[in-house]
Design a protein around this ligand. Structure first.
Ligand code: AMP
Length: 444
């Protein structure tokens, strides 16, 4: 099926042509007529399947110009990054239309956003918290909303937005079409749908937990962090196909540590993004990765969802994610919209268990490749890999009664006798090693 065969308007077709998109993806094809019918829809789709256009195309097809100043289409997303991204996608699609779109999200000045809303909007993209603040301020009126889209609802609930979401639902007019997209339908998502949706039609991009078929998945068994760094260096130096590489770590700390190493190995080619980085830094890093300034972007799972970075050639899981579903989200960053992609996962012994859970979820076994022989195996451990020294609690010797010189004239009653039972760490080390040592065992 081509876009021409869908019942789209000329301005939309022209915009799609400019983008170079010819064929609708599975979710776009499945979703179009159901959404056009006006029914409530639940779409099970990960990012990378074309889900954003799957709801935008029918919504914009049905949008009719009016003098109405209040938004008619409301799109709720979990993160600021996703607000920016969806706004951009709408702008691309409405290049030949007269649609005014705006995005609002928390963590920035609300007054500028009040002005934006006050000027009048047709489509509003928002994070739930900021939307409520704007509605409470009286500037934003939601009475004209005809279509509500909740994107990545699973992530929204994971982030604890349930109260805000419920609050938003109370503000909306009863007569409206509800569309919801989620990578997985957890019990919580199911409960939400039951409460607010009216006999929704389910559409699916790919069966749940199935890896996207056009992504090659390979695993390497690696003993520790520093060997992972060596492997990363080897792959990035050897493989010329690694042009746009997204590297995932599971913590901010290891993202920062890897970034330091990456800057030394590949100066000016590496960016880093995680939740401790300021908003501006996050936008800039993503932008520089997107436009090719950075070849490598190190990220935590914050960007595994939502952020549309096109044409990522490789996803490298430097660490295996703790939550199995995040693996699927991560690798979904490559192989987007039916392009080929590659995912490589670095697996330590400790991470094997997580891999097993991921494989069960995907019903797919990740092929293990031997570690290339050029990769140096390091035995230098980072702080958190070092075995923790267990301290023996050494009880202080209790002196025998005779040694104290026998019964004193005024014997203290037992409860009034104060003995210092604390044993200082330095002293304990002294006992353990039989010589004085500083607490960290470092020479000073
Ligand atoms: P999404 O799953 O919505 O995050 O979309 C993933 C990427 O695919 C985005 O960069 C879209 O612009 C792109 N895309 C969406 N629909 C199509 C299509 N029909 N053909 C090619 N690329 C598409």
């Amino acid at each position: 099926m081509t876009f021409e065969e869908l019942n789209l308007t000329r301005p939309l077709l022209n915009a799609l042509e400019d983008l170079g998109y010819v064929k609708p993806t599975t979710i776009q094809e499945k979703g179009f007529s159901v959404i056009m019918s006006g029914k409530d829809v639940v779409g099970i789709a990960q990012t990378g399947t074309g889900k954003t256009f799957a709801y935008l195309l029918p919504c914009l097809r049905q949008w009719a110009f009016s003098k109405e100043k209040n938004p008619q289409i409301l799109i709720l997303v979990p993160t600021r990054e996703l607000v920016m991204q969806v706004v951009e996608e709408i702008q691309k699609l409405t290049k030949y239309m007269d649609v005014v779109v705006g995005g609002v999200y928390g963590g920035t000045n609300i007054n500028t956003q009040k002005e934006l809303v006050h000027k009048g909007l047709d489509v509003l993209v928002a994070t739930p918290g900021r939307l409520i603040d704007l509605a409470l301020s009286g500037v934003l009126k939601l009475k004209s909303i005809k279509k509500l889209v909740i994107d990545e609802v699973d992530e929204m609930l994971n982030l604890g937005f349930r109260p805000q979401l419920t609050h938003v639902m109370e503000y909306l007019p009863a007569k409206r079409q509800n569309l919801l997209f989620s990578a997985t339908i957890t019990d919580e998502v199911g409960g939400f749908i039951d409460s607010y949706f009216n006999n929704p039609v389910k559409i699916e991009a790919a069966p749940m937990g199935t890896p996207l078929e056009n992504i090659t998945q390979i695993g390497y068994r690696v003993p520790n962090f520093n060997t992972k760094v060596n492997l990363l260096e080897f792959l990035l130096t050897q493989d010329q196909e690694m042009k746009k590489v997204l590297v995932f770590t599971s913590t901010k700390e290891s993202a920062d540590l890897l970034y330091e190493k990456g800057c030394l190995l590949f100066p000016d080619q590496v960016g880093v993004i995680h939740s401790n980085k300021a908003q501006n830094h996050r936008f800039n890093s993503v932008r520089q990765f997107q436009n090719g300034t950075y070849r490598i972007l190190i990220a935590t799972d914050l960007v595994a969802r939502g952020i549309d970075i096109s044409e990522v050639t490789h996803v490298l899981n430097f660490d295996t994610p703790d939550v199995a579903e995040n693996y699927i989200h991560r690798i979904g960053r490559t192989g987007r919209a039916d392009k080929k992609g590659e995912a490589r996962t670095f697996i330590t012994e400790k991470e094997e268990k997580k891999i097993a859970t991921i494989e069960t979820l995907m019903k797919f076994k990740i092929k293990i490749s031997p570690l290339p022989k050029e990769v140096k195996i390091s035995d230098v451990l980072i702080e958190e890999e070092k075995p923790k020294i267990k301290m023996k609690i050494v009880e202080p010797k209790v002196r025998k009664k005779e040694e104290t010189g026998g019964g004193a004239f005024h014997e203290k009653s037992d409860k009034n006798k104060k003995t210092n039972n604390k044993i200082h760490r330095a002293e304990a080390l002294k006992i353990k090693y039989n010589k004085p040592k500083s607490a960290r065992g470092k020479k000073r």
